[in-house]
Design a protein around this ligand. Structure first.
Ligand code: COA
Length: 188
């Protein structure tokens, strides 16, 4: 997709900012941060963005790209862990407005991205990274249902030794802080 994402950039950025304000991301997003983040996808001719539209409105989006088209913080743990980043297709995010959840679109995001990775023909595994917060964090909702079981049902396995640090500003913090994200993998 690469530059074909351009007309939808503002809408994908808006969705990410809206959906990722919630636990466990707590992302106080800005359009500047989004522009920098999404540039990687624009610059990769083999990236994919799956869009869900209700009429003209984009209500969901999911992205992916070859891991070795990602920036250094994403690829470094793979190299350090003895993996070859070129073997992996990386899934960026899945975001759906709450009213559109529970209809199978989250599963469809996985199917579409895995099919894209398979079509490209040179990857051994698909992967994504999930932020991990301390369970006693004050903003954790009491009724929060983690997505771990959903990911495991899709065939993904958490890799506790494969993790990266990313920084962004949390909604309750005055400046950016570092977060730990753990990778999940599935053979393609
Ligand atoms: C992750 C997300 C895209 C999933 O979307 P979705 O369309 O609701 O997913 P699906 O409808 O395919 O269902 C997901 C699973 O949750 C279950 N589920 C659906 N609605 C549910 C509900 N109201 N309560 C509990 N579980 C529910 C489904 O049974 C399904 O499980 P299974 O297919 O393994 O049995 C969506 O929840 C979302 O945008 N979350 C916020 C952003 C996020 O956390 N993204 C992931 C990391 S980037």
């Amino acid at each position: 997709m690469g530059s074909k994402l351009e007309p939808y950039l503002a809408e994908v950025a808006r969705l990410r900012i809206e959906v990722f304000r919630a636990w466990p991301y707590l992302y106080a997003g800005t359009l500047d941060y989004e522009a920098e983040y999404l540039k990687t996808y624009l610059n990769s001719p083999e990236s994919l963005t799956v869009l869900v539209r209700d009429g003209a409105e984009v209500v969901g989006a999911s992205t992916g790209l070859p891991l070795d088209h990602e920036t250094e913080p994403f690829t470094r743990p793979f190299g350090q862990g003895g993996h070859c980043p070129a073997d992996f297709f990386y899934f960026g995010e899945s975001v759906l407005l709450p009213a559109y959840r529970g209809r199978g679109l989250g599963s469809r995001f996985f199917q579409e991205r895995e099919a894209h990775a398979r079509r490209l023909g040179r990857f051994r595994q698909t992967c994504f990274a999930a932020v991990e917060r301390p369970p006693e964090h004050p903003l954790r909702p009491a009724d929060y249902l983690p997505l771990n079981a959903f990911w495991e049902r899709r065939g993904y396995r958490r890799q506790p030794d494969l993790a990266m640090e990313l920084t962004w500003q949390d909604v309750d913090q005055p400046r950016e802080t570092s977060k730990r994200l753990v990778f999940w993998l599935k053979p393609l």
